[in-house]
Ligand binder design. Structure first.
Ligand SMILES: [Zn+2]
Length: 471
C-alpha cells in the first residue's frame, strides 16, 4: 500500500474558503456605477468569447454562484485546518527511494497541478471554474474599482469577489489595455485571454496564500511601482510587458510548500533544478510553456521571444527570498555610489527585479485590514506544511509549527528582517515618493499592531498558566 494513500483520499482537494469579510455596505449601496463600463473597455472580441463561454456554461446547466447568493455562507473567521493540506499531487511508489530519516517515508512527491490539467484548452475541454465572466450586477462595481487600479488602497480581496474569482485575468486584461501593450505588440486578444485564463487556473485556489489572488495583488503593486516617477519615464513597452507578465506568473503552480520541503521529500523538481531556486525555476518554466502553448507571441521574431522568455526568467528567479541579501547588497551599493543609470537597459532590468521583489513582499505595507488578512493567510499555509511534516515524522520547518510559531511573531520577524531592509532602500531609490511614504507609514503602523497582538497573546498565555496552576 502506498504510504500516503489515506492522506490522499481523505484530504487532498479540499477547497479552502477564505475568511473574507462581507462586502462593505457602502459598496452595495453604490448606485451610480456605470453598468457595462468595463465591457466597453475590453475589445468586442473578448465579449464574443465571453458569450460563447457563457452559452456553453449555461448549456451544461452549471449555475455560477453570485456573491449575494453565497454571502451567507462566507465564513468570517479563518476555517479550521483539520481537513486541509497543501494540494500536492502525489503519485506513490513502493519502490525504494532512499532513507530520508523518517519513520514513515514520503516516497515520492511528484508533479503539481499543471501536469494534471495541462493542455485542457488544447484538448478542447471547457474549464468549469475560471471563466472570465463577470455577473452583470458586479460588472459595474468591478469596473469602478478598475478605475482606481493605480491606488495603493486597492482591495484585491473585494475585487476578486466582484470578478467571481477572476481577479488575475480581469486585472491583466485591463492593465495591458491601460499600458497600450495590446496595440504595441499587436497581441491577439483571444490568445491573450486564453493565456491568462491558463495562468490563473494553474494557481492552486486551495492555497490560502500562494493563489491567483496573490498574483493579482503583486501585479497591482507592480503597476503602482511602474508609475513611480523615478522609474516610469525610462521604461520601454517591452519592459512594462515583462514586469506585468512576471508579476502575474511569478508563483504559478505553487504547491503551497517551500523548497526545503521539496528537497527533503525528494520531489523530482528539486533534483531537476539541483535544489537551486526550485520553485522559482518551476514558475518560470511553467510560464514559458504556457506562453508557447498559447501562441501569444508566435507573431513576434524568434529572437524577441527568446529575450522575453529569458528576461521573464530573470525577473521571476529574483523573487527567490533566499537571494534577498544578494539583491539587497547590490541595491545598497548602487544607492551608496549613486551610480544607478536608468538609461542603461541592464540597470532598468535590475530595478524591475527589485520592484518585483518589493511587490511580492509588500503585504505588510498595505492598510492594516488587508495586511492582516495576507499575514494570516501566509501563516495558514506554513502551518499546513507543518501539519504534513508532523504527520509524516519529518522535521517541522521554521515558522510552520502552529503550537510554537504565532502569526504576530512570524509577521514581526518577516517585517524586521525581510521587508524593512528592502523597503528602506526602496525609499532611498524613490526619494521618499508619495506612495513610498504611504507604504512606510502602513508598515510602521502594522508592526505596532502585530506587536500589540503578540503582547496580548503572551498576556493571555500567562493568565491561562496561572489559572491552570490555581485549579
Ligand atoms: Zn509571491
Amino acid at each position: 500500500m502506498p504510504v500516503l494513500s489515506g492522506f490522499l483520499n481523505a484530504k487532498l482537494g479540499k477547497m479552502w474558503k477564505a475568511g473574507e469579510q462581507l462586502l462593505p455596505t457602502s459598496v452595495w449601496m453604490l448606485s451610480t456605477y456605470q453598468q457595462g463600463a468595463l465591457a466597453l473597455e475590453l475589445p468586442e472580441l473578448i465579449q464574443l468569447v465571453k458569450l460563447v463561454w457563457k452559452s456553453k456554461h449555461s448549456l451544461q446547466g452549471t449555475k455560477r454562484k453570485g456573491i449575494s447568493e453565497s454571502e451567507e455562507a462566507l465564513p468570517t473567521t479563518l476555517p479550521l485546518r483539520t481537513e486541509a493540506v497543501p494540494f500536492i499531487h502525489t503519485r506513490m511508489s513502493t519502490a525504494n527511494s532512499g532513507e530520508i530519516g523518517t519513520k514513515k517515508k514520503v516516497k515520492r512527491l511528484l508533479s503539481f497541478q499543471r501536469y494534471f490539467h495541462a493542455s485542457r484548452l488544447l484538448r478542447g475541454i471547457v474549464p468549469q471554474t475560471s471563466l472570465h465572466l463577470l455577473d452583470g450586477d458586479y460588472l459595474g462595481q468591478a469596473s469602478h474599482m478598475l478605475s482606481k487600479v493605480g491606488t495603493w488602497s486597492f482591495d484585491m480581496f473585494l475585487f476578486d469577489r466582484l470578478t467571481n474569482g477572476n481577479s488575475l485575468v480581469t486585472l491583466l486584461c485591463h492593465l495591458f489595455n491601460v499600458h497600450g501593450l495590446i496595440e504595441h505588440f499587436q497581441l491577439d486578444m483571444v490568445k491573450l485571454h486564453r493565456f491568462l485564463v491558463t495562468v490563473q487556473e494553474d494557481y492552486h485556489s486551495q492555497n490560502p496564500y500562494h493563489n491567483a489572488m496573490h498574483a493579482a495583488d503583486v501585479t497591482q503593486a507592480m503597476h503602482c511601482y511602474l508609475k513611480e516617477p523615478k522609474l516610469a519615464r525610462f521604461l520601454t513597452p517591452l519592459e512594462t510587458f515583462l514586469a506585468l507578465m512576471a508579476a502575474a506568473a511569478h508563483d504559478v503552480d505553487h504547491p503551497g510548500v517551500n523548497q526545503p520541503f521539496l528537497i527533503k521529500t525528494k520531489h523530482h523538481l528539486a533534483s531537476l533544478y539541483q535544489n537551486v531556486s526550485v520553485l522559482e525555476n518551476h514558475h518560470w518554466r511553467s510560464t514559458v510553456g504556457m506562453l508557447r502553448e498559447s501562441g501569444l507571441l508566435s507573431h513576434l521574431p524568434v529572437e524577441m521571444t527568446q529575450v522575453i522568455e529569458q528576461q521573464l526568467g530573470s525577473l521571476i528567479l529574483a523573487t527567490d527570498i533566499s537571494r534577498q541579501n544578494e539583491f539587497l547588497g547590490r541595491f545598497k551599493s548602487h544607492l551608496d555610489n549613486d551610480d544607478l543609470c536608468l538609461q542603461d537597459a541592464d540597470h532598468r532590468h535590475f530595478m524591475l527585479q527589485i520592484a518585483l521583489k518589493c511587490a511580492d513582499i509588500c503585504n505588510p505595507c498595505r492598510v492594516w485590514g488587508m495586511s492582516k488578512q495576507w499575514g494570516e493567510r501566509v501563516c495558514e499555509e506554513f502551518y499546513r506544511q507543518g501539519d504534513v511534516e508532523r504527520q509524516f515524522d519529518l522535521e517541522i520547518s521554521p515558522m510552520c509549527n502552529q503550537q510554537t510559531d504565532s502569526v504576530p511573531g512570524i509577521q514581526i520577524g518577516f517585517i524586521t528582517y525581510i521587508v524593512e531592509p528592502l523597503f528602506n532602500e526602496w525609499t532611498r531609490f524613490t526619494e521618499s515618493s508619495v506612495l513610498t511614504e504611504s507604504m512606510m507609514c502602513h508598515l510602521r503602523n502594522n508592526k505596532v499592531k502585530w506587536r500589540g497582538l503578540l503582547h496580548k497573546q503572551h498576556h493571555n498565555g500567562e493568565e491561562n498558566e496561572q489559572l491552570s496552576e490555581v485549579s
